[in-house]
Ligand binder design. Structure first.
Ligand code: ZN
Length: 158
């Protein structure tokens, strides 16, 4: 993924870079766009709808592009962003909106961990990014010895 700013004064793309922030020359941006047979997409905050609310469940292309740029990889395991899904932090089934601030990028495996195994999505304020963590331990170690008594049934020995 390649990102560039739009210089409104000069009406041209500027500051081309890879999704991880590595700068690339503008001639390289043009070459990549030509090789891919695409025209550069320009996403303007004023015209691109980044907050779709409850009108639409799936993320828009603009939202997905912004997610890839912001999260850079699966927030759970670091898998490539190219395989990522847009996940609603507050679940859609719980009334969560399809707003950019409620979406994170996760791979298929981590998406299942969240929905099937109750993994949590939390925001790390120090690193200013989202991450996943296992569900809270329902049986936290409180220092109580839970070792089972020795089995004395002779039939179960050996
Ligand atoms: Zn993952």
């Amino acid at each position: 993924m390649v990102v560039a700013d739009y210089d409104a004064v000069n009406q041209e793309l500027a500051n081309a870079r890879l999704a991880d922030g590595t700068p690339i020359p503008m001639c390289e941006l043009v070459r990549l766009a030509c090789d891919a047979h695409i025209l550069p997409g320009v996403y303007r905050a004023a015209t691109q709808e980044m907050n779709l609310g409850r009108r639409r469940r799936t993320a828009s292309e603009a939202q997905r592009a912004a997610l890839i740029y912001r999260d850079r990889e699966c927030i759970g395991c670091g898998a490539s962003a190219n395989r990522g899904f847009a996940h609603h932090v507050q679940f859609w089934s719980d009334g969560g909106p399809t707003d950019f601030g409620n979406l994170v990028l996760v791979c298929n495996k981590c998406h299942h961990s969240i929905h099937d195994d109750n993994w949590q999505v939390t925001r790390d304020p120090d690193a200013n990014r989202w991450k996943t963590r296992p569900p809270p331990d329902p049986f936290p170690n409180r220092g109580i010895d839970t070792t089972r008594p020795v089995q004395h049934n002779p039939l179960l020995r050996n």
